[in-house]
Design a protein around this ligand. Structure first.
Ligand code: MLT
Length: 209
């Protein structure tokens, strides 16, 4: 575990250095160890970079402040997205990494979406599990050709279907190549998310080879 570069984090070098590195972004109450098993299952052997969100809500780590469930402090979203972008830039230099693919769940997926909209050159792509629109007034970003997989839950009590559809549309409008799957699921992850994410990464690796 390392406490520098601005965010407490874990780095797992993996045994497939050629694989795209994965930036793991946990949900509310998670930490830097939370998504390591998911990262290893979805992208076996890939380098994994896993920071802990710097914000605490009743002791639970998050990546940005919120005013209520699903209602975000957008000034903080902007500030923390830039903080995370600077962390990724510094970590790439420290660990000699290519631009990472984000794999984020819930609050982690939301900060990944904000990162793409505010600093479109930082991520090589993203897997957004249970994501919602992070900013009401999103800047015009150039995400031409950036691959994004969104997996949403049709009965998610936190994220209305219209909201995740709006995020998919926003990313598409910015040029991203978005694949949006809506599963018969709620907010929690299941084996189906892992299977879909793994298949998406494998297809991407095969195309890049
Ligand atoms: C958020 O705050 O990012 C979303 O409401 C999801 C959550 O973390 O509960």
């Amino acid at each position: 575990m390392s406490n520098d570069l601005g965010l407490l984090h874990r780095f797992v070098p993996g045994n497939r250095r050629a694989a795209a590195p994965v930036l793991l972004l946990h949900g509310t109450g998670g930490d830097e160890t939370d998504l390591l098993p998911l990262g290893e299952a979805v992208a076996p052997g890939a380098p994994l970079l896993s920071p802990r969100g710097n914000v605490l809500e009743h002791g639970m780590p998050r990546f940005f402040r919120r005013l209520a469930e699903g209602v975000f402090d957008e000034d903080d979203v902007r500030r923390r997205a830039h903080e995370l972008a600077d962390f990724v830039v510094a970590a790439r230099a420290r660990y000699d990494l290519a631009a990472p693919l984000a794999l984020g769940f819930s609050n982690g997926a939301n900060i990944a979406a904000a990162l793409m909209l505010l600093r479109p050159d930082v991520l090589a792509g993203a897997i957004l599990l249970r994501a919602m629109v992070p900013l009401a007034q999103a800047p015009q970003a150039d995400l031409a050709g950036v691959p994004v997989l969104m997996v949403s839950g049709a009965s998610d009590p936190i994220i209305p279907a219209s909201n995740s559809a709006q995020l998919a549309a926003l990313l598409k409008k910015s040029g991203a190549r978005v694949s949006h799957r809506v599963m018969p699921a709620g907010h929690q992850l299941s084996q189906a998310d892992l299977t879909i994410a793994r298949a998406w990464i494998t297809e991407r690796d095969t195309r890049a080879a």
